[in-house]
Write a new protein. Sequence first.
Length: 153
Amino acid sequence: MVRAALHPARRASWGLVAALMVIGASGCATEVIDTTSTQVVEETVTTLGDSLAGADLQQLAAVLQTEIAALSQAVFNSDRTAARGHLDRINEAWAYAEPLIVAQFGELADQITYDLRRVVELARSAVDRNRPADASKAVVFFRLAIASLNLQP
């Protein structure tokens, strides 16, 4: 049996295909390395009345931080009712915080709101899909995003 040699251009195209498959298979993921020690989160309630209307950005950041931490603990404990309650409060706080961020930070608001929107989406995913890892990421990402606001909730 006579085997035909591959044309050099065909060999190069197969090499390119193989290289693209390796690159595509490697994927991209965000990895957060948290250097702080593991600690128990105690639930604290920030009382601003029934509504967050009129709260300033500092107060809303504190509510978000508290509720995201509580949501993470509730998802970890498989308490879906509590997790949904925390998620409702997160959604309410975010609805008031986003316009305040846009008004206060102008051109920088796009990146800041993108980062915080990602935190809110991780919280939603944690509750809707029962993903404790997303809840933990939301806690860490919130801490990183809030640092860019120079707020100490």
